[in-house]
Design a protein. Structure first.
Length: 391
């Protein structure tokens, strides 16, 4: 391969050093700043985890309170963003809207352009984390044709998001604790995942010295694809379609289609580039799924039964076993979100909301390194040799 290492898809290339997230794909282990994801999901809320990812340590009570109030203080977005929203078709995909809105934030915060100043970087991080729920809820309300609901500062991060989504001016929304806890857990499980495609995008984009809102907008755009964050939406669509075609009785037939490569059908929510044993987030998500469905009286949810059946068959089938394909985080997260009342097209936007913490922490980590350089991959040229125009 001449002068360069050729590694399409980056199967064997480390692009950076990072102290944030550790994954052991063979063990099925995920750590944020050294803490196992299981312990974080059990003992912490999303604000604890955000603080941890950004600062390297879990907050004590005072630090937590200060962080909470700092984030709360920044949840409002500029009123003019409502005019920007109006330019979108009502049926626009929320990820299209979100890519635009996040990028547009850069036009409102001129201090964010000074990325060499750690104080400015920190305030941009807080603004992004604080405003994402507001923006996602705005995208939903616009699509529904309902008035926007402003953030309320006495609610938790996740409770506030639920209220901005589901309250109306005629009727307030009572936050159900089980629902709040489940969504908060979805946020925790999606908060960071080392150098995945969207995080690498944010780093590469940010390495040019661009504004953080622009870099995060690039991450949102990357996350949208069905091989990445879009998998949760694609997974639920797959389950719904299979249910409509006969449900559990048709699982065998469907699996034959998945195993036949020429069909182009993949079992969405299965497989992972790094996890080759199991995805620890999927286990936690499955448990949350059971909890939420029970609390909401939806234990007999046919899609959950269908998902369990698909998983059962796949875990015994040599096609999946040989290729080390296991359910990933997205296999059950869609069922939880659907039970909560979140419409399918919004799933990836919720993923983006949570991943913003990881993206911005990784961006900041990169810029804090005095040795950092603009990312600039090379290529193996396969085009024509030099030639002359003959006219
Ligand atoms: N269904 C059927 N076959 C699969 C699947 C699947 N979901 N995933 C991988 N395979 C097969 C694939 O065809 C290939 O077979 P062979 O070796 O015979 O050619 C083998 O398994 C390896 O797959 P790959 O595509 O080379 O693996 P990758 O590391 O490039 O892809 C992946 C990883 C996640 C893109 C892929 O497993 C996939 O497309 N899964 C479905 C989409 C999905 O659930 N994505 C969410 C990932 S987790 C959340 C996130 O990152 O956002």
């Amino acid at each position: 391969t001449g002068m360069f290492t050729y590694d399409p898809g980056f199967l064997a290339t480390a692009s950076c050093e990072s102290a944030i997230t550790y994954i052991d794909g063979d063990k099925g282990q995920l750590l944020y700043r050294g803490y196992p994801i299981e312990q974080l999901a059990e003992n912490c809320d999303f604000m604890d985890v955000s603080y941890l990812i950004l600062n390297g340590e879990l907050p004590d009570d005072k630090q937590k309170q200060d962080f909470d109030s700092l984030v709360t203080h920044h949840t409002m977005v500029h009123e003019q963003l409502q005019l920007f929203m109006r330019g979108f078709r009502r049926d626009a995909h929320p990820m299209a809207v979100l890519t635009g809105l996040v990028g547009a934030l850069s036009a409102f915060y001129h201090d964010s352009t000074d990325i060499t100043n750690p104080r400015h970087r920190e305030i941009s991080a807080i603004r992004l984390i604080a405003k994402m729920p507001t923006l996602v809820a705005m995208a939903y309300k616009y699509n529904q044709g309902q008035p926007y609901i402003y953030p309320r500062n006495d609610l938790s991060y996740t409770g506030n998001f639920l209220r901005m989504m589901f309250a109306t001016p005629c009727e307030d929304y009572q936050v159900n604790e089980v629902v709040e806890r489940a969504l908060d857990r979805i946020f925790i499980l999606h908060a960071d995942h080392e150098q995945n495609a969207s995080t690498s995008t944010v780093r590469l984009c940010g390495s040019s010295g661009t504004n953080p809102f622009a870099a995060i907008a690039a991450g949102v755009a990357c996350l949208w694809g069905p091989a990445h964050g879009g998998a949760n939406e694609a997974c639920l669509q797959m389950l719904e379609q299979l249910q409509a075609e006969g449900g559990v009785a048709k699982v065998g037939e469907f699996m034959e289609k998945v195993k036949d490569k020429s069909s182009g059908v993949r079992l969405m929510g299965f497989g992972h580039r790094v996890y080759k044993n199991y995805d620890p987030r999927a286990k936690l998500m499955q448990a949350t799924c059971k909890e939420v469905l029970t609390a909401l009286g939806l234990e007999n949810d046919p899609l959950f039964k269908l998902a369990m059946e698909l998983e059962r068959i796949a875990l015994e089938d040599p096609y999946f076993v040989d290729r080390k394909l296991y359910p990933n985080v997205d296999f059950y997260s869609g069922i939880v979100q659907r039970a909560i009342g979140i419409p399918t097209p919004l799933f990836t936007a919720i993923f983006a909301l949570a991943r913003t913490v990881g993206w911005i922490a990784q961006w900041d980590e990169m810029l804090s390194d005095p040795e950092y350089k603009i990312g600039r991959p090379r290529q193996l040229y396969t085009g024509s040799a030099v030639r002359d125009i003959k006219r």
